[in-house]
Design a protein around this ligand. Structure first.
Ligand SMILES: NC(=O)c1ccc[n+]([C@@H]2O[C@H](COP(=O)([O-])OP(=O)(O)OC[C@H]3O[C@@H](n4cnc5c(N)ncnc54)[C@H](OP(=O)(O)O)[C@@H]3O)[C@@H](O)[C@H]2O)c1
Length: 301
């Protein structure tokens, strides 16, 4: 089926970061944009940018909290009544939680699952009847480098993104007969407000302190130097929406490409040795001295 002249894109989490940039990027390309956000009082940044660019007329701001099924239903009904279709859904809304896995509270796990996985599932299920009826549609999930590569101290976040990857892979197969494409976007680290949350956690277990210090120092030292511009991700989203036959996966950013391919290419034992060395997660003896891995002790002999 030929796509309409002004396709309709619905984006979750448009108040900041990738969602905000995506709303602008799609509007520039003459999409009809439904920029949804859980709290519409946080629309000022988006509205100011759109107004300056003269793009406000192409964007409708609609409340949508991905953890609230009634708000998702209401948003999709609004879009249906107004435009009668959704051509592209960008499941972008997400949160991050930091901390070692043992430290991550049940509440944090629930919040992550409900927002980053079940939220995307409910939004998708609510939009799908329209896309199936259209016999055309594209669903893009903001996964992450962390959806394929385990990242200590972001373990709960990674676990849920890994689950999102499995969901999207299966969904892609199931929706192929309906001409609905499913795509995963896997950014590395980009400069958005999500980084204001992940390095904090409510409870800490002091036994981890000796690895927490060096690990956080390493992250904090390296991260600010390679946080990418979120507009790069936004323009990739538009490119995916307009591509004739989108792939399943799109890593974005040099860190994403490097780490995903390193994880894929190296056998686990080698990969683990490398990562533990870089992140200073080597075994320690009872006095707290780092024990060298077999290869390095052989080297010293
Ligand atoms: N930035 C990165 O380095 C990076 C890398 C890989 C993947 N990602 C993924 O990219 C996506 C967007 O994140 P971002 O980096 O752009 O961070 P961000 O600037 O913090 O944006 C997250 C957006 O999600 C919204 N949100 C949170 N909970 C929501 C809920 N229950 N219902 C609806 N909206 C909700 C936030 O709304 P409020 O403004 O109301 O909080 C905000 O608009 C996330 O899925 C994230 O996991 C980010």
């Amino acid at each position: 089926m030929t796509p309409p002249r002004n396709p309709v894109v619905c984006i979750t989490g448009s108040s900041s970061g990738f969602g905000l940039e995506a709303a602008i990027a799609f509007a520039r390309r003459e999409y009809t944009v439904v920029a949804t956000m859980r709290d519409v009082s946080r629309q000022t940044a988006l509205v100011n940018r759109l107004t300056t660019l003269g793009l406000m007329s192409r964007v409708l701001i609609v409340p949508l909290d991905v953890t609230d099924a009634a708000s998702i239903r209401a948003a999709v009904d609004t879009i249906d009544q107004r435009y009668g279709r959704i051509d592209v859904l960008v499941n972008n809304a997400g949160i991050a939680v930091g901390g070692f896995l043992e430290e991550t509270s049940d509440d944090a796990w629930h919040q992550l699952l409900e927002t980053n996985l079940l939220g995307a599932v409910t939004v998708t299920n609510t939009v799908l009847p329209m896309m199936r009826a259209q016999q055309q549609g594209r669903i893009i999930f903001l996964s992450s480098l962390g959806g394929l590569v385990p990242t200590p101290f972001l373990g709960a976040y990674c676990t849920v993104k890994f689950a999102l990857e499995g969901y999207a892979e299966t969904l892609r197969l199931e929706l192929a007969p309906f001409h609905v494409d499913v795509v995963l976007v896997e950014p590395g680290a980009f400069q958005t407000s999500i980084w204001q949350t992940p390095m904090t956690n409510e409870r800490t277990i002091s036994a981890y302190d000796h690895i927490r210090g060096p690990l956080l120092a390493l992250y904090q030292e390296s991260l600010p130097n390679h946080l990418g511009n979120p507009r790069i991700v936004a323009s990739r989203l538009v490119a995916i929406a307009t591509s004739r036959r989108p792939r399943l996966r799109y890593p974005v950013g040099r860190d994403a490409w490097q780490e995903i391919y390193l994880r894929k290419l190296l056998p686990w034992r080698l990969y683990e040795r490398l990562i533990r060395k870089i992140l200073k997660l080597e075994r320690q003896d009872s006095e707290g001295n780092r024990r060298h891995s077999r290869s390095s002790s052989v080297g010293r002999r």
